[in-house]
Write a protein that binds this ligand. Structure first.
Ligand SMILES: C[S@@+](CC[C@H](N)C(=O)[O-])C[C@H]1O[C@@H](n2cnc3c(N)ncnc32)[C@H](O)[C@@H]1O
Length: 247
């Protein structure tokens, strides 16, 4: 694992005659931060984040019935009143060349797109095609088999690797750590396309800390906020079990 303190100190190296105004180490890096994003993000310095990868409450009172174990409802999932303030804070903490991936449902993608578009360049909508479909109106509607990911750029950074499709096929997680747990392989793919080793990734709605686990596997630093203590307790164990890839 990379040495986060040393890496992050480098973020704040000033030219010899500039005033050193920032503390040496960013708070929350590579920790399970059990805190509301609105409080946590205030402590994140300006222009420090290389990638935002997050899966917010969709504002549609989501409640899963399919999982074996019933989970609580997602907190703050009844409206999107927070969206404007959230985008403003993301803009402040993102580096000028940062990328952003925001999971979203088709139900309110227009609101997300419009609000994000006021701050960032909305470049694409990626489709995550799942291996099987969810439940719902079995006879009166089409089976839901995808989720959307809004891809934004804060500058003109290029993607790593060869040309990748905007449709990504990936199996759902077989585990039941969180009602909307995202596949680590999918997250790893997005992180690898948009960051390099040692870069700093922000997830303001961490859930089971799947973004953090993906970051740890591939040597990226992370700041991840989650407001629900139960998920944070689970995440500590999950993160301890993640081994770091040597390649
Ligand atoms: C859609 S889930 C994220 C699931 C996650 N991607 C995963 O793979 O496990 C959204 C999460 O945001 C959390 N949340 C809601 N409001 C929050 C807030 N104000 N600050 C931090 N976390 C919040 C919820 O408790 C929920 O776990």
């Amino acid at each position: 694992m990379i040495n986060s303190s040393t890496e992050l100190e480098n973020l704040h190296v000033s030219p010899p005659d500039a005033k050193p105004v920032l503390p040496a180490v960013l708070p929350f890096v590579n920790e399970v931060a059990c805190i509301d994003w609105e409080d946590g993000i205030k402590q994140v310095f300006d222009n420090t984040i290389d990638l935002v990868l997050t899966d917010p409450p969709y504002g549609m009172a989501y409640r899963s019935n399919r999982r074996k174990e019933k989970h609580k409802s997602i907190q703050n999932d009844t409206d999107l009143d927070w969206l404007g303030d959230w985008c403003k804070e993301l803009k402040r903490v993102c580096k000028p060349e940062a990328h952003l991936y925001i999971f979203c449902s088709w139900h309110n993608i227009d609101v997300f797109k419009q609000t994000l578009g006021a701050y960032f360049n909305v470049k694409n909508i990626l489709v995550w095609e799942k291996n099987n479909h969810g439940s719902g109106d079995l006879l009166g509607d089409y089976a839901p088999k995808y989720e959307l990911i809004i891809f934004c750029s804060n500058g003109s950074k290029k993607l790593n690797g060869g040309r990748s499709s905007n449709v990504i096929k990936c199996a759902k997680m077989p585990t039941d750590n969180h009602p909307t747990e995202k596949p680590i392989n999918l997250l790893r793919h997005l992180i690898e396309k948009s960051t390099n080793k040692g870069d700093l990734v922000l997830d303001t709605f961490a859930g089971s800390f799947s973004t953090a686990r993906a970051c740890k596997e591939i040597g990226r630093d992370f700041i991840c906020f989650e407001v629900e203590p139960e998920y944070c307790r689970t995440a500590k164990n999950l993160l301890n079990g993640v081994s770091v890839s040597l390649f």
